[in-house]
Each structure stands twice: as C-alpha cells, then as structure tokens.
Design a binder for this molecule. Structure first.
Ligand SMILES: *Cc1c(COP(=O)(O)O)cnc(C)c1O
Length: 366
C-alpha cells in the first residue's frame, strides 16, 4: 500500500533526541532545546517570539485563552478545518461561527467574512488549508475595520508565504502543529508565534500553570500545555532541514499537476498570486458524478493506493449540533469539499514513478 503519509526520521533526528536525553532534557521546564526551538522557529517565520506547547490543538486553545475574549463571544473560523480550530473557541466558551470556503483555494472565502460579523464577534481564525495561504491582506483589512483579533491556524503551513511574508507572522498569533504527519514533527507538539511581547509572556505563563515568582501562588488560571525537551530536540533537528522538506513537497505537487493536467475528472487546489503554497498534502476534488469519492477511494485502495477524506465542515459537526440554529451559517462550498475531496499520498520520499502510477490509476478509475 502506498500510504498517504510516511514519516521520514533521519539519523541526525535520532542523534539530536539522544543528545537531548543525555542532557536530561526530560520535562518541559529545564531544556535548552525548547528555548532554541522557540527562537529559531520564530526567526524562521519572521515573528519576534515563539512559545512551544504540547500540540497544535493546545496552541489554538492557548491563543484564544490569552486574548481576553469574553465568554459568549463569537469567533469566525474557516469552515473547512480540523475540529481543533473550532474546539479552541468552544472550550473557551465562545461560539465558532463557520465561514464558508472558496472552491478554488479551498480556504475561507475572504470576501464573505464581513457578512458574518455581529456585535459579538471578537476574532477571526483563518486556516491555511493544506499549506495554501489565505489572502492575509484582505483579512487584516477587515480585522482592522471591525477591531477583531486575528489568529492564523498554520498547522499545515510551515514556511508558506503571502506577499513574501511567511504565514503565522500576519495575525496577533500564529499556531503551528508538530504532529507526526505535519511538515516538521516532534511526535506530538506545537508552537505559537507572535510579535507581541506581552502576549508571548502571557502564553508562557499560561502553558505552565500560571507559575510566577512567588511559587505556588497563582494569579492566572493556567494549563499544563508544556512540550518536553527531547520532543523539542526532534522538531529542532527537522527545522534545520525544513527548506529541503518543503522543496520536495512542492516538487511532488508539481509532478501531480503534470500528470493530472489534461485530465478533467479531478480538480486540483489553486493558489493565490503572490503566495507560496508548501503543499503539506496534495488534495483532489472528484468531479465525476457517477464515481463519488467513496467509490474512487475504494478503487484506488484496490490498486494499493491509500487516500484520505477532507475535513467535514465545522457547521456539520455532530458535537456542535446544539450551538447552531437550523438555518444559520450554512456552508454549501465546504460541504462540497467534504463530499468530493481526497488527499493523495504526499510523503517526501514518494518517487516520481509512484506518482505517475497513482495518476494513471486515478484516470483508469473513471
Ligand atoms: C493538525 C491540525 C491541527 C491540530 O494539531 P495537533 O498537533 O494534531 O493537535 C489544527 N488545525 C489544523 C488545520 C490541523 O491540520
């Protein structure tokens, strides 16, 4: 089976983790690797500060928690995203308002955002889906006009850029994941980026139970969202070769484009002008009505090719059934992406011959 994703752990990665363990970087408190990772990752993104945490999910949770948003507020989120984006709102007692997607970039529809803004809206969380940058110029303009915070869920978009600026550095806070299949990994893990020193300090306090000078007297109700030192060492080792990882991902995307270009059964993700899509995963939309995505996916499986479905719209998640009125915020485009979208194998060790084979089988499945 050609898997959707196959992790690449190099000897250097292993050495870094071993070294870190020898230095006894076990917890999330006393570790040079964490400080190093925070500095280098922030620097890589063009942000001033980095705060490492236990996952992309806890990064998003902490981002919302740090911004003094009142309970009962509304936060606009891209409809097509990992549930973690909406849970960050929900678990902070805010309502995730799903904004529908575009059918070309598969991202939040920047021109629709204003329509969802009410007196209760406090923030927007945009998602750079599959590594494809959102038009941050438009988003920031709206946010300034309505005085909203901007959080970028860049969990899939390490190194992606818009107008020559890396994602995660546009909004008040950027959130990245270091989950096993993400562009770089620490196993489980994540990091927040910000240019605001006060926010960075607050995030560091909140991830560490709100510990301040007077030990065991807590002024902030924090969390334990710490990353361990040896996990940071793995991410740090991968960060050192992130440019070659991204180069490979873009090459893979170009090969899929080349072999699927003249085939009208599927549609590929389109990127905006002035943007760099780092193609965390290669997605396709099935355009052939008689052959829905489930049939297509089953056929590909019989040829030894694994695929995976896109995300179900936040608006349609059963766990949020109670928070929406029946007719509110319907997301027809996001539903269309769910009905027709599949990820193809996208590991950086995928050969051109395999990509050619996968494309041949996609065509023959029609
Ligand atoms: C992976 C992912 C997350 C969650 O990150 P974890 O590290 O798995 O908690 C959040 N948002 C998006 C868009 C993701 O792809």
């Amino acid at each position: 089976m050609i898997p959707v994703f196959n992790p690449v752990i190099t000897n250097n990665d292993i050495k870094s983790v071993l070294l870190s363990l020898r230095r006894k970087e076990i917890s999330g408190n006393f570790s040079h690797s964490i400080i190093d990772l925070e500095e280098r990752f922030a620097n890589y993104c063009g942000s001033r500060f980095g705060v490492a945490v236990s996952s992309g999910t806890t990064a998003l949770h902490l981002a919302v928690a740090s911004l003094n948003i009142n309970a009962g507020s509304e936060i606009l989120v891209s409809a097509t995203t990992n549930i973690a984006t909406a849970l960050a709102c929900y678990h902070n007692n805010c309502k995730p308002v799903a904004v529908d997607s575009r059918l070309d970039t598969w991202n939040i529809d920047e021109d629709e955002i204003s329509k969802y803004i009410t007196k209760k809206t406090r923030a927007i969380i945009v998602v750079h889906f599959l590594g494809n940058p959102v038009n941050m110029e438009k988003v920031l303009k709206i946010a300034n006009k309505y005085n909203l915070y901007v959080i970028e869920d860049a969990a899939e978009a390490h190194g992606s850029a818009f107008n020559n600026k890396k994602v995660g550095s546009f909004g008040d806070i950027g959130c990245f994941s270091f989950y096993a299949n993400k562009t770089i990994t620490s196993g489980e893990g994540g990091i927040l980026t910000t240019n605001n020193k006060k926010i960075a300090e607050k995030l560091k306090l909140m991830r560490n139970l709100g510990f301040t000078k007077k030990r065991f007297v807590h002024y902030i109700a924090g969390y334990n969202f710490r990353l361990t030192g040896y996990q940071a060492a793995l991410a740090l080792s991968q960060l050192k070769r992130i440019n070659s990882i991204i180069k490979k991902k873009i090459e893979i995307a170009n090969l899929y484009k080349k072999y699927l270009k003249d085939f009208d059964g599927v549609r590929l993700q389109e990127s905006l002008k002035n943007s760099i899509n780092t193609f965390w995963m290669i997605g396709i939309l099935n355009l052939y009505k008689k052959n829905n995505k489930i049939i297509l996916s089953k056929k590909l499986r019989s040829f030894g090719i694994e695929t995976r479905s896109f995300f179900l719209s936040i608006r349609k998640q059963p766990c949020f059934k109670k928070i929406y009125n029946k007719k509110d915020y319907l997301t027809p485009n996001s539903n269309y992406l769910w009905d027709n979208g599949l990820y193809l194998p996208s590991s950086i060790n995928l050969s051109e011959a395999k990509i050619f084979y996968i494309c041949k089988k996609i065509k023959s499945a029609y």
